[in-house]
Design a binder for this molecule. Structure first.
Ligand code: AVJ
Ligand code: FE
Length: 440
């Protein structure tokens, strides 16, 4: 990005804005008016809320702030402020209807393209440096596209989304690898569109550990289910066991057993549980319990990023497991290209130097870490993106899912959610301490 001319940067931004918008339009045009305004789960907003909220954030940051233009619809700011109304309450608000919403986001986008034509990237405003505010808004829309995809997964009725199958899997040579540990540079101070919580880069020492070369598969997880894992408190933390009872957990969300066969429902399609696909729709507590049952634990966020970015040959921290190139279709399952995780082993070209695979894409990976700020953190450009969420309420997830766009799924990107949440496209991989003698 920093190597582009102003004209090159303008063209790049326009293309990214357009890519996000086509995804938003696909996800919202796929359903009828009733499905757009309805709440498919108390955990989610009506799709039409996400749609207008995308436009409203774009208006606030790019039309009004960056562009210094007159408001388009100041009267609706409050309706689409995520902090004013809980998701459960959003259907009862006087929201814009589907037709009004579509007209609104188009009007905002037209103004944004005009702002983009005139903006000076080198005007000395931090918000505009490297087109940051545009990148933030592109990522905001893509993140809501993933949220809307999760709403689609919760929707019942005839299937409306389809996609080509992901590449085939393969057997990995080893189920886990020893990571030697060392000091690495975590986070970033140079990725132009990295969000505030990924900054700044800072040195972190990681002790040697062992990590799975792939996410835990449905087949692996099924063994925990059939071994009675959900009935034995010894695998669960106190909070996890309380959640098992409160929510009557007995298998991942969207799994069911019919006549002795395990099925799962994916965007309205009911199918046999694919055993070689990474498990998903498990909460943090389920991930933690499986790991304990397997004699392992979840990786810390530091261990996850070390595995994803450290190159033992050079001692350098890279952007991605495969190097510094942006993710392409051969590296990772991203961008809603395939509406499911790919089977284990489907992305050999995405492997890290130590042979850890599918770190980026497929499923978000729960880590054992709380969402806390890096040393030297500075909220930018607004406290409500990250700052207000720091603390012990949220667990960090890494790597992105099949529903995450590549403009979001950086090696440094940090996602977070409550440890009870299962509607997101989240799975996990295990880690453990090396056994005596293993260090050689
Ligand atoms: C980073 C995915 C937790 O969806 O709540 C969207 C992203 N922030 N609008 C979320 C976000 C404001 C955020 N996550
Ligand atoms: Fe938002």
């Amino acid at each position: 990005l920093s190597e582009l001319t102003a004209e090159g940067l303008r063209a790049f931004v326009a293309e990214q804005l357009d890519r996000s918008r086509s995804r938003t339009v696909q996800l919202t045009d796929a359903v009828d008016t009733d499905d757009l305004v309805r709440q498919h789960s108390k955990l989610m907003s009506p799709l039409v809320w996400d749609y207008a909220h995308i436009g409203n954030q774009e208006e606030l940051w790019l039309v009004r702030d960056v562009g210094g233009r007159e408001p388009v619809r100041q009267d609706i700011d409050e309706l689409y402020d995520a902090f004013m109304h809980a998701r459960a309450d959003r259907p009862s608000l006087p929201l814009l209807g589907p037709t009004e919403t579509r007209a609104y986001v188009v009007e905002v986008r037209d103004k944004v393209l005009d702002v983009l034509d005139h903006v000076k990237f080198d005007g000395g405003r931090e918000l505009v440096d490297n087109a940051f505010a545009f990148g933030m808004i592109v990522q905001h829309e893509q993140q809501h596209d993933e949220t809307m995809l999760a709403t689609h997964q919760l929707r019942t009725g005839v299937p409306v989304l389809d996609s080509p199958a992901p590449p085939a899997g393969r057997r990995l040579a080893r189920p886990e690898v020893l990571v030697p540990g060392g000091v690495f540079e975590m986070g970033t101070s140079v990725e132009p569109w990295a969000l505030d919580n990924e900054r700044p880069a800072h040195a972190v020492r990681v002790a040697p550990y062992v990590i799975d070369t792939a996410p835990v598969s449905n087949g692996d997880y099924l063994k925990f289910v059939t071994a009675g894992g959900y009935a034995d408190p010894k695998w669960w933390s106190d909070a996890g066991w309380a959640q098992v009872q409160k929510a009557s957990l007995d298998a991942p969300r969207f799994w069911e057993q019919v006549d002795g066969e395990w099925l799962r429902t994916r965007f309205g399609h009911r199918e046999l549980l694919p055993l070689d696909e990474p498990v998903m729709h498990v909460c943090f507590y389920e991930a933690e319990a499986y790991a304990a049952w397997a004699g392992k634990r979840l990786p810390t966020e530091e261990e996850w990023e070390f595995a994803a970015r450290f190159d033992p040959a050079t001692g350098r921290t890279r952007r991605f497991p495969w190097g510094d190139d942006n993710p392409g279709p051969r590296h990772a399952n991203l961008g809603q290209r395939h509406l499911r995780p790919a089977p284990v082993g489907a992305y050999p070209a995405g492997a890290s130097p130590l042979g850890v695979e599918q770190l980026i894409g497929d499923v978000w990976e729960w880590t054992s870490s709380d969402f806390t700020p890096y040393p030297g953190f500075r909220a930018f450009p607004y406290d409500e993106y990250s700052l207000v969420f720091f603390g012990s309420d949220y667990k960090v997830l890494r790597g992105g899912s099949f529903g995450t766009d590549e403009v979001v799924a950086r090696g440094t990107f940090r996602n977070w959610d409550y440890p009870i949440r299962r509607q997101i496209f989240a799975g996990f991989r295990c880690a453990r301490d090396p056994r005596p003698g293993e260090l050689g």
